[in-house]
Design a protein around this ligand. Structure first.
Ligand code: ZN
Ligand code: ZN
Length: 351
């Protein structure tokens, strides 16, 4: 089968990989329909985070081709969403809802596990990992939003949940990448009254507004901090979503959060060395977030996608096929694209 291959920084190519087969009775083999490139894939692409040479990609939806003898709840021909981390559903962390820290879990596209940016993927612990999508014949628009549930929408949601967004909250979203934009969707969905999106890119500003942002701030750094404080009568926001992971974005999120509130951090930290004393303890601000437990969030968000209450698939503003997967990375690396979609297989069948 053909798949995207990571050959080192700035070297993504399509190549041949062995056809995945059932290794363990809890495995399933999934034929990928749609996949996409993650902001975290860009860290590997740029050589700023390590990645094994070989398979890459961890966000995909597809059709189950084969299941092992112990797989329950998933059957051949099911149309499924794969959360970006597989999990057993039974360990203490899974039972607590933190499926992203499953003691038997792991991520796709690294450490010998097939990547999502390929024609076929072996999914470990398939019965507790894959989420079947009801119905069939979904529109392309719905399909794109279902793909967004594999990671980006769940990650934006995790930022909102971690920061404690609730009915009537004043929220700031730091970051206008696909995760930040999904954070806007999530904040609105949880009832935020005011959503301040930090963005200086006009198309992203427009999408943030469509998703529910009430205010757009083009400022950065101290200017952004001062502007948010001014907009909130010097108080700060009830919840800040940190969706970038740089030293400046984390410092901004911590500084604009009102005492007694939380920053929901989901950006992959690079060069962050905020002082816990000055930014958290002495300001009475909290910090939580981390790797989104996508498997725990997908069922709730899936209902909203199928009812067209949310449309996170709009973050895909570039698309190509597996042959041109390198272009999918380049478009994001150049910031020409918010998020790249890769069309791989035929449309879903479903139950
Ligand atoms: Zn991802
Ligand atoms: Zn687990």
């Amino acid at each position: 089968m053909r798949a995207a291959i990571y050959n080192g920084p700035h070297a993504i190519e399509v190549g041949e990989r062995p056809d995945p087969v059932i290794n363990a009775p809890t495995d399933a083999v999934v034929r990928v329909v749609l996949a996409c490139v993650c902001g975290s894939d860009l860290w590997y692409y740029r050589g700023e985070s390590p990645h094994d040479l070989g398979a890459i990609g961890h966000e995909f939806i597809g059709v189950v081709e084969q299941v092992g003898s112990e797989v329950r709840g998933i059957a051949k021909d099911d149309f499924v969403i794969a959360p970006f981390i597989y999990c057993d559903g039974t360990c203490p962390h899974c039972l607590a809802g933190v499926t992203s820290q499953c003691v038997h879990g792991g991520a796709f596209g690294n450490h010998g596990i097939d990547g999502g940016q390929g024609e076929v993927v072996r999914v470990p612990l398939a019965g507790s990992t894959l989420v079947p999508v009801p119905g069939s014949g979904h529109s392309d628009e719905t399909m794109r939003s279902l793909l967004a549930l594999s990671d980006v929408m769940c990650t934006g949601h995790h930022a909102a949940v971690s920061s404690g967004v609730k009915e009537g909250s004043v929220v700031a979203v730091v970051g206008d990448g696909a995760v930040g934009l999904c954070g806007v969707i999530a904040a609105k969905r949880l009832g935020a009254a005011r959503i301040i999106a930090l963005s200086r890119n006009p198309p992203r500003q427009a999408l943030a507004r469509d998703f529910g942002a009430t205010d757009i701030l083009a400022e950065r750094g101290d200017a952004a901090i001062n502007a948010v404080l001014e907009m909130t009568n010097g108080v700060g926001v009830d919840a800040a979503l940190e969706c970038v992971g740089t030293g400046q974005s984390v410092a901004t999120a911590l500084a604009i959060t009102r005492p007694g509130s939380m920053v929901g951090i989901v950006g992959v930290p690079h060069g962050v060395d905020a002082s816990i004393a000055e930014t958290i303890v002495f300001r009475n601000v909290g910090l939580r977030g981390g790797v989104a437990p996508a498997r725990a969030y997908i069922p709730g968000l899936l209902a909203d996608v199928l009812e067209s209450r949310i449309n996170p698939g709009r973050v895909f503003d570039f698309e190509t096929d597996l042959d041109h997967v390198a272009e999918a990375y380049r478009a994001m690396d150049d910031r020409r694209a918010i998020k790249s979609l890769i069309r791989i297989g035929r449309k879903e069948t479903g139950r």
